[in-house]
Design a protein around this ligand. Structure first.
Ligand SMILES: Nc1ncnc2c1ncn2[C@@H]1O[C@H](COP(=O)(O)OP(=O)(O)OP(=O)(O)O)[C@@H](O)[C@H]1O
Length: 271
C-alpha cells in the first residue's frame, strides 16, 4: 500500500483524485476493521464500532511526556468529549489522530487500520481537524468554504455558513478581516463541505457568544444524528453534558477518567 509523507497542510483532496488501488485496498481493510467490535467504554456490554482506537500512546517533547500511555475508544456516530486543564495534551492527541504528530510508542487505528497505513491525505479528508486557530487559505469566505471541496454554488455556500451560525452575507468578506470566532466557524464550514466521517473540534465555541455557541452545538448534534463521529475538546462542563455521549478526562497527559459525562468525577475540576 502506498504511503504519503506526514506533516503536510490539512488540505483535503477531492474524492475523485484518490487512487483506485489504494481505495480498494483500504476499503478491504476497513471492512475488516469495522468488524472488530468491542465493548462500550461504559462497559454496558453493547457492541459498538469504533472510529478511532488509541492504545497506550506515548508522545514526548523534550523532557515533557505530553501523552502518557493514552488509551481511548472513539465510537462511530457519537460525540466524545475530551476535557482537561490547559496543557494536559488534548490538542496534541487530536494532532496524533490526523498524523500531524507522531507518537513515540503505542498504536492508533482508524476504522481498524493503523493510521500510518492510511494515505495521509485520505485520512485527513475523512477526519477533519478544526483547530483552535485555523489557518485560512483563501481570499474570501466563500472561496475558503470551497478550498477542499472545489466549486460550490452560492446556495450551498450560504447553507454551510448557516450551519455554523454565520450570515450568508459574510461570503464576500476578506478572510483576513474575520474575527477569531468567525475564522474558526469558517474553518468548520470548510470541513463540513467535505462531508467528513469524523470531526475533531478543538474548543469550537471558546471564542463565541452564547447564541453562536448554541448554533455550533446544534450543528454538532445534527451531525451526530447523521452518524458523523465527533471528538470535541471543550472546557465548558455544561456543554459537555449537553452534547457529549462520552467524555474522557486528560490529566497531565493521562486519561484519568472516562465514561458518560454525568458520571465523571474529574469533570468539574478539570474543565
Ligand atoms: N512541540 C512541542 N514542544 C514542547 N512542548 C510541547 C510541544 N507540543 C506540545 N507541547 C507541550 O505539551 C503540553 C500539551 O499541549 P497541548 O497543546 O496538547 O495541551 P492542551 O490540553 O490542548 O492545552 P490547551 O487547553 O491550553 O489548548 C503542553 O505543556 C505543551 O507546552
Amino acid at each position: 500500500m502506498p504511503r504519503a509523507a506526514g506533516g503536510g497542510a490539512v488540505l483535503a483532496m477531492p474524492a475523485s483524485r484518490w487512487g483506485t488501488t489504494l481505495r480498494e485496498s483500504v476499503r478491504h481493510r476497513v471492512s475488516r476493521g469495522a468488524r472488530l467490535m468491542s465493548r462500550t467504554q461504559g462497559g454496558s456490554g453493547v457492541a459498538e464500532e469504533h472510529a478511532f482506537a488509541i492504545d497506550e500512546v506515548v508522545l514526548r517533547r523534550g523532557d515533557t511526556t505530553v501523552l502518557d500511555r493514552v488509551s481511548l475508544r472513539v465510537p462511530v456516530g457519537r460525540c466524545t468529549a475530551l476535557v482537561g486543564r490547559s496543557g494536559s495534551g488534548k490538542s496534541t492527541l487530536l494532532r496524533v489522530l490526523t498524523r500531524l504528530a507522531e507518537p513515540d510508542s503505542g498504536a492508533v487505528y482508524y476504522r481498524g487500520v493503523p493510521v500510518a497505513e492510511w494515505d495521509v491525505l485520505e485520512l485527513r479528508r475523512r477526519v477533519q481537524l478544526v483547530a483552535q486557530n485555523p489557518v485560512l487559505l483563501a481570499g474570501t469566505a466563500a472561496e475558503e468554504v470551497a478550498v477542499g471541496a472545489g466549486a460550490l454554488g452560492e446556495e450551498r455556500i450560504a447553507e454551510l455558513l448557516g450551519r455554523v451560525g454565520l450570515d450568508a452575507g459574510l461570503a464576500g468578506r476578506e478572510t483576513a478581516a474575520l474575527s477569531g470566532g468567525e475564522a474558526q466557524r469558517l474553518a468548520l464550514a470548510r470541513s463540513l463541505a467535505l462531508e467528513p466521517d469524523v470531526l475533531l473540534l478543538d474548543e469550537p465555541t471558546a471564542a463565541l457568544d452564547s447564541e453562536s455557541a448554541t448554533a455550533i452545538e446544534n450543528a454538532v448534534r445534527s451531525l451526530v444524528r447523521n452518524n458523523v463521529t465527533v471528538l470535541l475538546v471543550s472546557h465548558a462542563t455544561e456543554q459537555v453534558r449537553r452534547i457529549a455521549d462520552h467524555a474522557a478526562v486528560l490529566v497531565a497527559g493521562r486519561v484519568a477518567d472516562s465514561g458518560p459525562p454525568g458520571e465523571l468525577t474529574y469533570l468539574e475540576e478539570t474543565a
